[in-house]
Design a binder for this molecule. Structure first.
Ligand code: ZN
Length: 90
């Protein structure tokens, strides 16, 4: 599934606090989804789950808010490890 356009939402830190930022499209006024996405991302950053489950790096901000891995490579390595663990159990 393709992710949203890069750079439409991002996290910024100032005054020691994290803020979810999103690019507004003034001509459409349709910021509802972006605001929701930015807030969902911010929640994950605060929970410390906005990281790649394989390499532990912070996820890039252009990924879907439910992303688990920073890249296709990490996603595949994580999936392979899960498969091997399952095979080892049986
Ligand atoms: Zn990774």
């Amino acid at each position: 599934m393709p992710g949203p356009e890069p750079g439409t939402v991002w996290i910024e830190e100032w005054d020691g606090r994290l803020h979810a930022m999103f690019q507004c499209y003034f001509w459409s006024g349709n910021t509802g989804n972006r605001a929701k996405r930015a807030n969902a991302m911010l929640r994950r950053v605060k929970q410390g789950t906005w990281v790649c489950r394989w390499c532990g790096d912070e996820l890039p901000d252009y990924l879907r808010v439910d992303a688990q891995s920073c890249s296709e490579g990490c996603r595949k390595r994580a999936a392979r490890e899960r498969r091997e663990r399952r095979a080892a159990r049986s």
